[in-house]
Design a protein around this ligand. Sequence first.
Ligand code: COS
Length: 392
Amino acid sequence: MWTTPEHEKYRMKIREFAEREIAPITQKTDREQFFPDELLPKLNEMGLLGMQVDKKYGGTYTDTLTYIIAVEEISRVCGSTGITIAAHNSLGTYPIYKFGTEKQKRKYLPEITTGGKLAAFGLTEPEAGSDAGGTKTFAAKVKDGYKVNGTKCWITCAGISKTVVFTAKTSREMGTKGISSFIVTHGTPGFSSGKKENKLGLRGSDTRFLHFDDVFIPEEDRLGEEGQGFKQFMITLDGGRVSIGAMALGIAQGAYDIAIKYATKRQQFGQPIGKFQSVGFKLADMATQLQASRHLVYHAALLKDKENVRYSKESAMAKLHASETGYFCTYAAIGILGAEGYGDKYPVERMFRDAKLCEIGEGTSEIQRLVISRIILKEAEKSTSTFGFPKE
Ligand code: COS
């Protein structure tokens, strides 16, 4: 369909890496809730940390579809590693590459690409979740820069990253146009991360609050002009949502792969359970949902690489469908494995817990529907078609 033989060869390389290096540790990182430090150099060696950044800034630039295949294959084995890679590349690193000055790119990107350090993205706040424009964090103008105060929450890689891009209001009066974005690094006085969140799923990823307590940010660490932060972060999220779609797709594929193999092996009433229509039809629905999601996610990935194409609708559709597929397939996989799926001998119960986040992070399913509905209604308003309407 959308992929070339090179894409499929790359998929097999990442699949082999994920099954060899990540699969053996997922149960431990899930149970004990930590991101394993020793994995980071391995991800770096595989070129997975600078996938959206040009080589001249230290990146390992690939087309977006290759990157999406990497997120999908890693997530097939481990959603926690999948979200770490997705949040680092699409959210923490991309805004600097896309909106940074030459000086900012040369200063910050080498370290968070092939330098092997992680980056995070600070948008969400306790009172600004779906309403991202409700940001309370404030950057007050002072000599040569800003003094920032506020709190960000549910930030992936908050405690294990080197660099964070974040939004803050630089004007209280101008709504979303009063929001600017900045770069900060851990170690800056007044900037700290909170305790690790205790989560239902993705427990092998690092999620924390970020606190800004009179943090001085020099003017040269503002991304773009004042007031552009909201738009920059929305553009960033268009890309991020494709990567969450890929993550959901990968988790769903992992659950499906286990369920279908199990259905060929498990015998009841004298035959493999896959031969019973109730199980066979469930597998057919899973395979169909996976295929539909893969088309949406890959199509959105291809659009991202086109110059001057707004793909907000396609990225929201991809994330919406793939995250619902993630939930559907992991839930169905538990059903097919029965009690074995409910226990932890197989990873489908973890996959079910991990998949849920895909319907919440980077915009809930309701927000994706909001984004899609706003765009399709505008398209309908502009359409000159009178098909099906009575003649006036
Ligand atoms: N690309 C470019 N510009 C965009 C954009 C996009 N994807 N989305 C919005 N904008 C622009 C709009 O065009 C508008 O600019 P103009 O006033 O110049 O026309 C501006 O940004 C404000 O947009 P809008 O009016 O749509 O803002 P809203 O406050 O209504 O918010 C939603 C829009 C709800 C879509 C946004 O707040 C959102 O995505 N919320 C979810 C946040 C989220 O995903 N959080 C997860 C955190 S990261 S893990």
